[in-house]
Write a protein that binds this ligand. Structure first.
Ligand code: F6P
Length: 342
């Protein structure tokens, strides 16, 4: 049995931990051989491979990024994409594919598996934590820790200068990173894509914070939108899955707050810092367990499935369930956080 492994979409801390667990258990317990595909779906599409064995995965558990590389290549949009993927799997004698990715990468795995008979197993990753069917994706905990540490630091400098500091975090169309880091970091307002925000209300929260001689920290998710108006974007470029590049709302918000309240406001865009560096212990644990269970699914030939976390159990769910709808923030969770606003 030869198993292909790829990592697609935006990278996140913990990818290497999954690869390591898949290879270690696959070789040691099942006697499998592996082929690494480079840069997401580009690997199987264009036949770009890298050797993957136990020496190749030694020492990678704490390393951020992915030894396989990643990209947002969409083989379903490429000319003869499915045929090329199938031909390359046959050429490299790959019997099964483990795709580690988010909504887009796993969406391709779903189509290849359900519609074109390619034996695929999925592993969910994304700092955004927006995949349905799993309680958490790895990468999210690390991103939240990075954002929380940044907010802690921003509190002290904001206090020294009595300024408003707006912190823009990632998360695409889900507010998980904003909500968790904002709560953990004691933000005075948290703005998420799931609930359009009222600028007057945000300014009122900012002013009430100054009244008690504290400097406000506003955490805004990159996908958050004002009540009256559209999403604020500084770049309209689309990727091959048709997603626009988010970011810009933080800058816009600071300007609006400054204009309306007369208080100095600055923005910190955390950007890719949230995706870099070593994974947290939780993400290493989750990623490792996902890897161990993914190779078990391969052994069971349980194609079209994704490993998922439910409570503390790792279960298998249909890949389709994970990719048909986004897991967004429950309004009750957001309301719960409201007691700290202002
Ligand atoms: O999906 C992960 C993510 O980091 C999002 O939070 C963000 O919107 C996007 O990827 C950024 O993508 P890129 O790395 O292509 O700029």
């Amino acid at each position: 049995m030869r198993v292909g492994v790829l990592t697609g979409g935006g990278d996140c801390p913990g990818l290497n931990a999954v690869i390591r667990a898949i290879v270690r258990k696959g070789v040691q317990e099942y006697g499998y051989e592996f082929t690494g595909f480079r840069d997401g779906w580009h690997g199987p599409l264009d036949g770009d491979t890298v050797p993957l064995d136990i020496p190749a995965v030694r020492g990678i558990l704490p390393r951020g990024g992915t030894i396989l590389g990643s990209s947002r290549t969409n083989p379903l949009k490429a000319e003869n994409g499915v045929r090329r993927v199938k031909e390359n799997l046959a050429k490299y004698e790959v019997d099964a594919l483990v795709a580690i990715g988010g909504e887009d990468t796993l969406g391709v795995a779903t189509a290849l598996s359900d519609e074109y008979g390619v034996p695929c197993v999925g592993v969910p990753k994304t700092i955004d934590n927006d995949l349905a069917a799993t309680d958490y994706t790895f990468g999210f905990d690390t991103a939240v820790n990075i954002a929380t540490e940044a907010i802690d630091r921003l509190h002290t400098t904001a206090e020294s200068h009595m300024r408003v500091l707006v912190v823009e975090v990632m998360g695409r169309h889900a507010g998980w990173i904003a909500l968790h880091s904002g709560l953990a970091g004691g933000a005075n307002a948290i703005l998420i894509p799931e609930q359009r925000f009222d600028l007057d209300q945000v300014c009122a929260w900012v002013e009430s914070r100054f009244k008690i001689r504290y400097a406000p920290i506003v955490v805004v998710a990159e996908g958050a939108m004002p009540k009256d108006g559209d999403m604020v974007l500084k770049d309209q470029t689309l990727d091959s899955f048709g997603h626009v590049r988010l970011s810009g709302v933080g800058e816009w918000l600071a300007k609006e707050i400054e204009r309306r309240t007369g208080k100095e406001a600055r923005t910190t865009v955390l950007g890719h810092v949230q995706r870099g560096g070593t994974p947290s212990a939780f993400d290493r644990w989750l990623a490792t367990r996902f890897g161990l269970h993914a190779i078990d699914a391969v052994r069971d030939q349980d194609w079209g499935k994704m490993v998922a976390l439910r409570g503390t159990e790792i279960v298998r769910v249909p890949l389709r369930d994970a990719t048909t709808q986004l897991k967004t923030v429950d309004p009750r969770l957001y309301t719960e956080a409201g007691v700290f606003f202002g």
